[in-house]
Write a protein that binds this ligand. Structure first.
Ligand code: GTP
Ligand code: SPV
Ligand code: MN
Length: 595
């Protein structure tokens, strides 16, 4: 099949990949409906995908991955910069020459008997000065169909690249034998290259997402004066019609999709508040002509956590999944070929197939303590399906950001919300983020780990240099910089239950944040930052939550924070000379305020 571009750099690289992988057949993905329909039919006929109920879930497909391949694999993810110190202490590193030498034989002939799909895609709206082009070659139809939802995929993507540029990200993926012992997710930042092998799951293989839009893009952003962050983007429309945009960085499975699509509590909607979703996972941020920081969502869909999503917790996410969506590793209701996951409703299907493919009696299976859907099961839904998708979603300039919010899962230490004293302190607040681990990556769940800016698994270069880049961006933005906050929806009581209702009620905290950005509410200075006066968090209409509860949620336990400071000091020690002096100054200042 003929190439879709005259660009010799693309064609030369594709030829090399064909020569390496030796597919029986090569298909350029032009993005046409006819082509995608054909691939869907093919995937259904081979059993790779299962067609769901055409009335209830039109255009929706189901896919099951191998039980050994259900999440990102951080211990098999590498940043192969030429110098080890450029990857830094938080990334796995290997010399690029060595890594190419090790992986090349694994790719040699790997697509014999298979088809290679060549996927051109744009991260960001086509025509946006902030957008970037990638090409992924893969032997997986599942990848093609997911990339069709998650990116602007097809021949149009080459428009941004033109016929000469070499500025595109080269992504090579093969599921190979899906052998976990030979699984590698490798970024070569200096080569604009990603090699992924032996996985067929989400963030490991949809190379436009974490591999490009965060790991490679964070490195590009440092060199080119912008930022790639693990952040949702949302607009809060106030009763006067004005819309304020904020971004928020939470670690994987800590509530980005939920916050991005929240429906404000009744008291707010009645007054005319509304939330618009621009993005739920990744933001690319760059100063605009007016000196403010602008954000685009490089993605075109949502790869969201299914369990926990229901009409009440996230109506908009659920609505987004009702057509043209791919479900991965959830459960199937065989009576009507619909999908189910934990907390979708209280009625697990009787005639169910659980995520590994076993037919079970759902209620009995669940009663015995089993999960029908994998905890990291996901939906891939087109952004255009979202009832609250922002009218600015495709704006090539992006949206101006008023506030940046950090947050994680902390049972005790972090209060409901606090504001940093300034950008430098805000960078410190981001750098000391910590969170209990989730099922989004393989490994232990519920262990507190440091996850600076929610970027620990996604920063494509030395984290110390990354903080320096943040400080530099703050200098460029000056007094136009967004204000920086930290939130924690996950404080627990003595029974281990969450105290704060969360979800839509997080609007109450966003309300205070916006007021702070506008300078219309004052705050209390604490050793860790500015906090609301408890009475300034609106608890109207909340059951069981009073201003006293809020006061408890805002309490700062100095002894816990002194322990925290020790943990930060240990963490910082890893970065040696690359730790910006401003960061150690901030730590010293925090300790002094706690003393
Ligand atoms: P990734 O896609 O992995 O980056 O995750 P995410 O940050 O988008 O997380 P998501 O919004 O999918 O939420 C993950 C889990 O956190 C789900 O089980 C949610 O039900 C739960 N969650 C989200 N928001 C809240 C909240 O405000 N309070 C509580 N208690 N749980 C929440
Ligand atoms: C995350 O883990 O942060 C995700 C899912 O958004 S994945 O695309 O698999 O990285
Ligand atoms: Mn994510």
């Amino acid at each position: 099949m003929a190439t879709l571009t005259k660009n010799p750099n693309v064609n030369k690289w594709v030829d090399e990949m064909i020569a390496l992988c030796k597919p029986d057949k090569v298909v350029w993905i032009d993005g046409s409906k006819a082509q995608l329909d054909g691939l869907r039919d093919e995937a259904v006929s081979t059993g790779e995908m299962i067609k769901l109920n055409e009335e209830k879930l039109p255009g929706c497909l189901y896919h099951r991955t191998l039980p050994n391949d259900v999440a990102r694999v951080e211990d098999r993810t590498f940043i192969c910069s030429r110098k080890k110190e450029d990857a830094g202490p938080t990334n796995n590193w290997c010399d690029p020459k060595e890594m190419y030498a090790k992986l090349t034989p694994m790719y040699d002939g790997v697509m014999k008997g298979r088809t290679m799909y060549i996927i051109p895609y744009s991260m960001g709206p086509i025509g946006s000065p902030l957008a970037k082009v990638g090409v992924e070659v893969t032997d997986s139809i599942y990848v093609v169909l997911n990339m069709a939802i998650m990116t602007r995929m097809g021949a149009d993507a080459f428009k941004n690249l033109g016929d000469e540029s070499d500025d595109f990200v080269r992504g090579l993926h093969s599921k190979a034998d899906v052998d976990p012992e030979k699984r590698y997710i490798v970024q070569f930042p200096e080569d604009n290259t990603i090699w992924s092998i032996n996985s067929a799951y989400g963030g490991n293989v949809l190379l436009g997402k974490k591999c490009f839009a965060l790991r490679i893009a964070s490195y590009q952003g440092k060199n080119e004066g912008w930022m790639a962050e693990h952040m949702l983007i949302l607009g809060i429309q106030k009763p006067n019609g004005e819309i304020k945009y904020v971004t928020a960085a939470f670690p994987s499975a800590c509530g980005k999709t939920n916050l991005a699509m929240l429906i404000p509590p009744e008291g707010y909607t009645k007054r005319g508040y509304k939330v618009w979703t621009v993005g739920d996972d990744i933001a690319w941020l760059k100063p605009g002509e007016d000196g403010r920081l602008y954000a685009i969502n490089p993605e075109n869909g949502f790869f969201g956590v299914a369990p926990g999503t229901n009409e009440k917790s996230n109506f908009n996410a659920l609505a987004s999944t009702r057509k043209n969506t791919i479900f991965t590793n959830v459960a199937i209701n065989n009576d009507d070929m619909t999908v189910w996951w934990e907390k979708l409703d209280k009625n697990p299907p009787v005639n169910a197939t659980e995520w590994k493919g076993e037919k079970v009696n759902g209620p009995e299976y669940v009663a015995a303590g089993n999960k029908l859907a994998h905890p990291n099961s996901r939906f891939t839904a087109p952004a255009e399906n979202c009832p609250c998708i922002s009218p600015e979603f495709n704006n090539p300039k992006g949206v101006p950001i008023s506030a940046i919010i950090f947050g994680g899962r902390r049972a005790k230490t972090a209060p409901l919300v606090y504001q940093s004293f300034n950008w430098q302190h805000g960078t410190f607040v981001g750098s000391i983020m910590a969170s209990e681990t989730t099922a989004a990556a393989t490994g232990a769940v519920g262990v507190v780990r440091r996850d600076p800016m929610a970027m620990l698994p996604f920063c494509g270069y030395h984290m110390g240099d990354y903080w320096a880049h943040w400080l530099e961006m703050g200098k460029i933005l000056g007094d136009k910089a967004p204000k920086i906050f930290n939130v924690n929806w996950f404080r627990t009581d003595d029974n281990g239950d969450f105290i704060w209702p969360g979800y839509g009620d997080n609007m109450r905290v966003l309300d205070w944040i916006i007021d702070r950005c506008e300078g219309t509410v004052d705050a209390v200075e604490t050793p860790i930052g500015y906090e609301p006066k408890p009475e300034d968090i609106n608890v109207e209409g909340l059951e069981g939550i009073t201003t006293e509860t809020v006061a408890g949620l805002l309490s700062v336990d100095k002894e816990l924070w002194k322990e925290e400071a020790k943990g930060i000091e240990e963490f910082y020690a890893k970065f040696g000379e690359k730790l910006p002096k401003e960061m150690s100054d901030e730590l010293a200042a925090l300790k002094a305020r706690l003393a």
